[in-house]
Design a protein around this ligand. Sequence first.
Ligand SMILES: Nc1ncnc2c1ncn2[C@@H]1O[C@H](COP(=O)(O)OP(=O)(O)O)[C@@H](O)[C@H]1O
Ligand SMILES: CC(=O)N[C@@H](CCC(=O)OP(=O)(O)O)C(=O)O
Length: 257
Amino acid sequence: MRPLVIKLGGVLLDTPEAMENLFAALAHFQQNNDRPFLIVHGGGCVVDDLMQRLNLPVKKKNGLRVTPKDQIDIIVGALAGIANKTLVAQGAKFELNPVGLSLADGNTVEATQFDPDLGHVATVVAKNPVLLHTLLSNGFLPIISSIAVDNQGRLMNVNADQAATAIATLLEADLVMLSDVDGVLDANKQRLEELNAAQIKQLIEEHVITDGMIVKVNAALDAAKILHRGVDITNWKYPEKLTALFSGEIIGTRINP
Ligand SMILES: Nc1ncnc2c1ncn2[C@@H]1O[C@H](COP(=O)(O)OP(=O)(O)O)[C@@H](O)[C@H]1O
Ligand SMILES: CC(=O)N[C@@H](CCC(=O)OP(=O)(O)O)C(=O)O
């Protein structure tokens, strides 16, 4: 059965009650389905909180965090530490058998520095699926942070939507991205049901899709093209709709190849 990659991001990682509701729904889904699933997560809000506490400035360029060499340790601490272990704790509470990982584990992806101006930021491509297949086939729930290591052994910060795309293509999985918004919104803030590459290009040119959503729709489009099927972007606020989403219903926006 085709696995499902669930990308978690946005302020969910800062909202314990919402995380608990979501994990309760995942536990319910697992009890009623044979379909293996795993989680890839962000936690930009957790990084922002930590930076603020340390009086460090938050700087983004085209939706990606500028990650200087002397801040990558803090960002790794926030994403692979606080965010990852908080989600592992939720998974453990609902007896989902979680295993907390990063993109660096098991030679799962190959990471390449993206733009030297961004510092320790990498893009990733799928590499070795053995670790994830092994965990999934033995009933574990992998929970993967978006921290990678490049071929020089440097810790790298990866946008979590791009991380989810690499993992979904690695496993030939379906991909759903859960965020703070109900989907991609049009100029009148209405949810768009489906989008293709040409429509996405136009909405970006018209500045209707901006900031982190540009990165997200492009990551979703990359996955859709490689996997030859739609990728869904929707809100984590409706855990009661997850079963419908996981069985193919559109509840947010579907990005088509
Ligand atoms: N057209 C759009 N539709 C919906 N959200 C948009 C749009 N353009 C920009 N955004 C912004 O993108 C955000 C989602 O991107 P991001 O914050 O990176 O998500 P996540 O943290 O879940 O990966 C939304 O919260 C919204 O502020
Ligand atoms: C390079 C880059 O921008 N990395 C992101 C990784 C976390 C992330 O993507 O978190 P969300 O999915 O919650 O937005 C960051 O540092 O914020």
